[in-house]
Design a binder for this molecule. Sequence first.
Ligand SMILES: [Zn+2]
Ligand SMILES: [Zn+2]
Ligand SMILES: [Zn+2]
Length: 153
Amino acid sequence: MTEPFIDPWAPDAYEQWQARVKDKKRNGEVCICGHSVKYHKAASTGGQVFCVPGRTVCECRTPRTALIVSDLRQFMQKTEGTGALHALGKGIATGKRKGVTMTPILTACDDCHRETAEGFPVAPAPIDSTGRITDVTTQWNLLLCRDCGAKRG
Ligand SMILES: [Zn+2]
Ligand SMILES: [Zn+2]
Ligand SMILES: [Zn+2]
C-alpha cells in the first residue's frame, strides 16, 4: 500500500490514514461465532461485550477471529447447530457459493490442537455451560475435529 500525500498543514493526517487502514483490515474479520468481529460492541456500562449481527441474536461475548473474508454480508446468519447449521458454517457455505475470498486464521481443533492441514477437518460448535455441544447460540463456540466433537456430544 502506498502512503498518501500528507498535508503539512494537517499534522494528524498520517495518524488518520493509519487508523483507516487498521479499520479496513478489521472489517474483514469473522469471529468464530460466525459474525463480524466489529459487531462485538462493548456496552457502555461494565465493558461487557455483545455480538449484535443485524436482526439475529448471538450470545458471543469474546470475539476470536476465525477467518478474514472479502465480503462480510454472508456472515449474518443464525446458529442452529454444529458445522453446516452453525452461523460460521452457513456463512462459509454461502460465501463459497458467492465467490467470497476467505483466509482461515484458526486452523486447528480447539481441544486436541491437531491441524486441518494434517487431515483433521474442524467444524464450529456452540458449547453450553457444562461443556457439551448444543444446538442454540451460546457464549462459547469451539472449532472441533470429529473425535473431539464426539466426546463433547
Ligand atoms: Zn463472536
Ligand atoms: Zn456472533
Ligand atoms: Zn480434536
